[in-house]
Design a protein around this ligand. Structure first.
Ligand code: XIL
Length: 348
């Protein structure tokens, strides 16, 4: 046994260590509340769900992130946890744990959940790419049936097919298109509808904001689906943007899809900035966010989802060299001009 002072010192060290462990387990500090009315409250007054992409691991780990998701948003989209590689990494072996955690937390916070995504050429496990036409069709049937079935009555909206059109206006040459032809899109929607007749089913596209070859093709594909009676409810515009801003005909483009009787959603909004950000760039970014919100309101869109809300967790800085600072809050969860712009555009 050591001397009394040594035992006191040891006790103090143990106590500090325990406090540190407790701090880490609870996920660090509370979020500093954001000024003004929460975005979800402002959105509600306009009949608009306000969503964010959510990262399950970070939500588990970081208390402030969890708290802000619950406080500010009325809808969440799992950023990666419902993609094919996550839900069926090996054929017939389904994994729902990570997605279930996001779903449970969202339900506790009274949030809607957008399921993202069933059929996409990326984050697709290697085994799917190796299948021939018949096996691929069977795999799609099983995948959609099991995934949509698992989340039935919890996930109200699915991005059934993601990014099926190439930038030049053809159908993207994915494994689905090559093996099954363009009928894979209708098939995916029919399967999703069978698995959950109550879910709203969306086709989600990237870079189709303006009227151009890509969105023209999207329009003809979707009109075709509608006229064949395929159960499609909506079209999602991702709106991954930058300081070049939105195409001038963004609203007009969304309106032609709405005129087909489809719901419109903005599903992945962010505005990348060349690094390092400065005051002037952040003001320009705020003006683009303002325009995103106003465009969404003009076409009566159902949901406006941001692809993350803090620069601490954003795919832009992780995947686009030299770009970043793409979201509403900085890395310390403090508001940027973009956050205030969104609040104002929502009437706050
Ligand atoms: C991105 C995620 O944000 C990243 O974490 C991941 O590494 C790659 O995918 N279009 C989509 C989203 O539909 O699923 C993508 O998300 C961004 C582009």
């Amino acid at each position: 046994m050591g001397s009394f002072p040594r035992r006191v010192a040891l006790g103090a060290v143990v106590l500090v260590a325990l406090l540190c462990v407790a701090w880490i387990v609870r996920g660090g500090a509370d979020a500093k509340p954001l000024p003004g009315q929460p975005l979800r409250v402002l959105g509600k007054a306009k009949g608009l769900e306000i969503g964010t992409a959510v990262r399950g691991d970070d939500a588990k780990r970081v208390r402030a992130y969890r708290q802000l998701i619950a406080a500010q948003f009325s809808s969440v989209t799992p950023e990666n946890e419902m993609k094919w590689e996550a839900t069926e990494p090996e054929q017939g072996r389904f994994e729902f744990g990570a997605a279930d955690e996001i779903v449970d937390r969202a339900r506790q916070a009274g949030q809607k959940i957008r399921g993202h995504t069933l059929v996409w050429h990326l984050q697709l496990p290697g085994w799917v790419r190796k299948l021939g036409p018949q096996d691929l069709r069977a795999a799609m049937e099983e995948h959609i049936d099991r995934v949509v079935g698992h989340f039935k009555s919890k996930v109200g909206v699915w991005d059934v097919v993601n990014e099926p059109i190439s930038d030049r206006g053809g159908l993207r040459p994915s494994v689905f298109e090559r093996r099954l032809g363009d009928g894979f899109i209708a098939l995916a929607f029919r399967l999703a509808h069978q698995a959950d007749p109550d879910a709203k089913l969306y086709l989600n596209e990237i870079g189709a904001e303006g009227i151009n070859a890509k969105s023209d093709r999207l329009y003809s594909v979707i009109s075709g689906l509608k006229s064949q009676g395929v159960p499609i409810d909506g079209v999602g515009f991702q709106v991954h943007s930058n300081l070049d801003g939105l195409p001038a005909d963004f609203v007009q483009n969304m309106q032609r899809f709405a005129a087909l009787g489809l719901d419109i959603a903005i599903t992945e909004a962010d505005v990348g900035v060349p690094l390092p950000p400065d005051g002037e760039k952040l003001e320009r970014q705020a003006r683009i966010y303002d325009e995103i919100v106003r465009s969404c309101l003009t076409v009566n869109c159902k949901t406006l989802t941001f692809w993350g809300f803090s620069d601490r967790f954003s795919w832009i800085s992780e995947t686009q060299p030299g770009m970043g600072a793409a979201t509403l809050l900085d890395g310390q969860f403090q508001p940027k001009p973009a956050f205030y712009a969104v609040q104002r555009a929502l009437g706050g």
